[in-house]
Ligand binder design. Structure first.
Ligand code: ADP
Length: 298
């Protein structure tokens, strides 16, 4: 029987600078990147769905076509009148990248407006994956609607996975972000934070403090990534540690965490346990950061 991995969030148009001064158009976004890599990692018996909203314009058509070409199911991509997709532009200053975003009115902000649509997408899902960015783009009522739908799905047996992906610029305040992310972690079976962000915004002294805090919030499994440093996976009191292989040169760290999550979850869902899952996640992330761009052909 087909199993379903449902990733929930926003995919954007990406404009990436080229050596000749032009920009190449692509599509990316944290939860979309994870869906894209999950499609490459999960066996064919799994269907990977993306739950979002786009417009009915030509660029939305292109985005949906891109998803389908990658093997991602777009049944739960809502098409909204009068809206379009968000966009970001990458600027290069030497090796440093900076990002400008046009996403304030993107269609994806309406992804949780219709409870029946959420229900249809999540009913019977084996896994539901979302992030702090998914939460950040929603109005508070829509965030509550999504939380309720995830809670119902989880009671019916869906494994809920969550990456806090802390992005203070998307929130009215750091406090609002930390409160919403902590509540969301309480809905999740698996929480996949990155230590650097957690230390900055929650003041965690070390990765174990991040584990303890998310366990206290209600998370079952906590997997703390830490760039080139040790990955820590806590299942109750059982701790497993993994050291990612060195990557040289690191070309572009975009989507390191997103791809790690896909590799981790695919291996975890295959029942191979924490150590194998962490190794798969960091091997995939290592390949992704060795090449330019969020989505690299494997
Ligand atoms: P995020 O992209 O969310 O900030 P991290 O920087 O914590 O995520 O990295 C996610 C994973 O990517 C790490 O657990 C590791 O496996 C891999 N990774 C990231 N940076 C490096 C690096 N410099 N060397 C080796 N692996 C890395």
């Amino acid at each position: 029987m087909t199993k379903r991995f449902v990733s929930i969030g926003e995919c954007m148009v990406e404009m990436a600078p080229q050596p000749d001064g032009t920009y190449a158009m692509g599509f990316a976004g944290d939860t979309f990147n994870t869906a894209w890599y999950a499609r490459t990692c999960l066996p064919a018996a799994w269907q990977v769905d993306y739950l979002t909203a786009v417009g009915r314009d030509a660029v939305s058509d292109r985005m949906v076509a891109f998803m389908r070409k990658a093997g991602i199911d777009t049944t739960h991509v809502a098409r909204l009148d009068g809206r379009t997709v968000g966009l970001y532009l990458i600027e290069l200053q030497g090796a440093e990248r900076s990002f400008s975003y046009w996403r304030g009115a993107s269609a994806a902000r309406a992804l949780a407006d219709d409870p029946a649509r959420l229900e249809a997408a999540l009913t019977g899902a084996d896994v539901a994956y979302f992030s702090g960015i998914t939460l950040a783009i929603l109005e508070p009522e829509a965030r509550t609607r999504l939380a309720q739908a995830l809670t119902r799905a989880r009671l019916a047996g869906t494994i809920v996975a969550f990456d806090p992906n802390l992005r203070p610029k998307l929130w009215p305040s750091e406090q609002a972000m930390c409160t919403a992310v902590t509540q969301a972690a309480g809905l999740a079976d698996i929480v996949l934070p990155s230590f650097e962000d957690e230390a900055r915004h929650f003041g965690d002294a070390d990765p174990m403090a991040t584990v303890t805090r998310y366990q206290a919030a209600g998370a079952k499994v906590v997997v703390v990534k830490d760039g080139a440093g040790e990955v820590l996976c806590a299942e109750g009191t059982a701790l497993t540690r993994h050291n990612p292989a060195p990557v040289a040169p690191v070309v572009d760290t975009t989507a390191a965490g997103d791809s790690f999550n896909a590799g981790f979850l695919a291996t975890w869902l295959a029942g191979q346990g924490a150590l194998a899952a962490m190794a798969a996640g960091s091997a995939l992330a290592g390949r992704v950061i060795g090449a330019r761009g969020a989505l690299i052909a494997l």
